[in-house]
Write a protein that binds this ligand. Structure first.
Ligand code: EPZ
Length: 425
């Protein structure tokens, strides 16, 4: 298993280029199930979850060509044949987002056999709202032996109101609705930019959708969809993670190829904490820190609120901020796996239910720490960048799921970081 060795103390200075959004790429790749023609996606990040999605789609009968060179971020997907509308447990257990194939498979093939995702490090991750929506559209769904079997001659448009805001639930049912008979009205939808990416791709394929990015989405079903070319958004969570890296190391860091409009809550919070933020252009954000960072509370909310996927990274920053920061996690029930590792490095954090109380600044000392999930890993990298000495981060495969070549990107702006162990263990 790969490890990172990071020596803290270097301010990050320079420019980092942001890759495409993993959480746009995953639903957009699944959307290719909806047509027999070729779908070409640009700006796809070279991360482990995309490779997992490739395996999933190939197992169903697709031809999937992922870009390989460092400059080639194009993915071509062709579902001329859909030989097996199934997502096996071996793959689904490694990536919950596999449930995104449920809606498109039923829409395209009239049936789907998808392993229940089960939980993961951050929570139970149920998909009951995906199931409820598909049943409203006429699917019959049986759950047995750890699999969901969904069937529908032809999905029918329906009025769906989500009990809770769910990002992949919104995406899954949007992909079911575009080929359903008649109109679908979905309310209490997720408003994440990744939903807008998927909607834009589906419209390019011939779908009739209005309202993506708002709580209410209206779909007029069509009989078939064609192939399309589409470039996905930059990854707002990668961009936010690097902005915090620039702030925590008191550097002068610019993130380029990003979309500042998707970073509102993060930029506002960093500004409140005393970071100097400039937006020099339509695709870049610059962060500097002059003097001390100040404590500032966060409470994670659905978009456009402060993203749960940035909570762990912000907590690392809070350990270096003057004062007490209250960090409340409202979206997932177990997203404090990074806390104990940060405490082992010297952070002063107490967790009570859904709130972590961080007292800072606390000097961090380098340590051997364990990554537990994607964003917790990012939090430990940020802490190691300011810790005194050399930290060893184990199980960085969690990081490789969602950050493309992060050690190279950090090295180019001055971090002392290297990967140990075989490249993809
Ligand atoms: C997406 O997960 C993202 N993943 C997550 O990013 C992100 O943290 C999350 O949205 C919230 O923003 C992808 O887009 C691939 P949800 P998703 O359904 O869709 C409950 C990362 O780090 N819920 O919006 O699975 C659920 O338990 C990952 O990149 C139900 O109860 O999250 C959670 O408490 C981690 N029933 C809340 O809703 C359902 O049927 C929000 O979950 C679905 C969800």
């Amino acid at each position: 298993m790969d490890k990172f060795v990071i020596r803290g103390g270097n301010p990050l200075v320079g420019t980092v280029r942001i890759s495409g959004a993993k959480n746009s790429a995953l639903p957009c790749m699944a959307a290719a199930i909806l047509t027999e023609e070729e779908v070409t996606l640009e700006n796809i990040p070279q991360v482990r979850d995309i490779e997992t999605e490739r395996k999933l789609l190939v197992a169903m009968g697709a031809e999937v060509e992922l870009g390989t060179g460092t400059a080639d971020h194009r993915t071509r997907i062709n579902f001329r044949t859909l030989s097996s509308p199934e997502a096996k447990y071996e793959i689904v257990k490694t990536m919950r987002a596999s449930s995104l194939v449920l809606g498109p498979l039923v829409a395209r093939a009239g049936m789907a056999r998808v392993a229940m995702p089960g939980g993961c490090a951050i929570g139970g991750r149920p998909i009951d709202l995906h199931i409820k929506g598909l049943e409203k559209m006429g699917a019959t769904i049986v759950q047995e032996h750890g699999y969901l079997e969904a069937r529908a001659e032809k999905l029918k448009g329906a009025h769906i109101v989500f009990d809770k805001i769910t990002v992949t639930g919104t995406e899954d049912l949007l992909m079911a609705a575009v080929l359903a008979e008649g109109e679908t009205l979905m309310e209490n939808c997720a408003r994440e930019p990744e939903v807008c990416d998927l909607s834009a791709l589906l419209i390019a394929m011939g779908a009739k959708i209005e309202g993506a990015g708002t709580s209410t989405i209206h779909v007029q079903g069509v009989t078939s969809l064609k192939g399309a070319q589409y470039r996905i958004n930059p990854d707002r969570i990668e961009a936010g993670t690097f902005l915090i890296a620039g702030a925590i190391t008191a550097g002068d860091l610019t993130v380029s190829d990003c979309n500042p409009d998707h970073l509102g809550a993060v930029i506002s919070k960093l500004t409140e904490a005393g970071a100097l933020i400039d937006v020099p252009g339509p695709d870049s954000v610059r962060v500097r820190v002059k003097g001390k960072l100040q404590a500032a509370d966060i409470s994670t909310e659905e978009y456009p609120g402060f993203p749960t996927d940035m909570q762990a990274q912000y907590m690392a920053l809070a350990t270096q901020s003057e004062g007490v920061s209250q960090i409340t996690e409202n979206i997932f029930e177990n997203r404090f796996m990074h806390v104990q590792e940060l405490v082992r490095m010297g952070a002063n954090i107490k967790v009570d239910g859904r709130t972590g109380t961080v007292r800072g600044p606390a000097p961090l000392s380098a340590a051997a720490v364990m990554c537990s999930d994607l964003r917790a890993s990012a939090s430990l990298v940020l802490a190691a960048l300011v810790a005194d000495g050399e930290s060893i981060l184990d199980r960085v495969y969690h990081m490789d799921r969602g950050y493309e070549r992060i050690e190279q990107k950090l090295e180019t702006v001055g971090a002392q970081i290297r990967r140990m162990g075989n490249v993809f263990g």
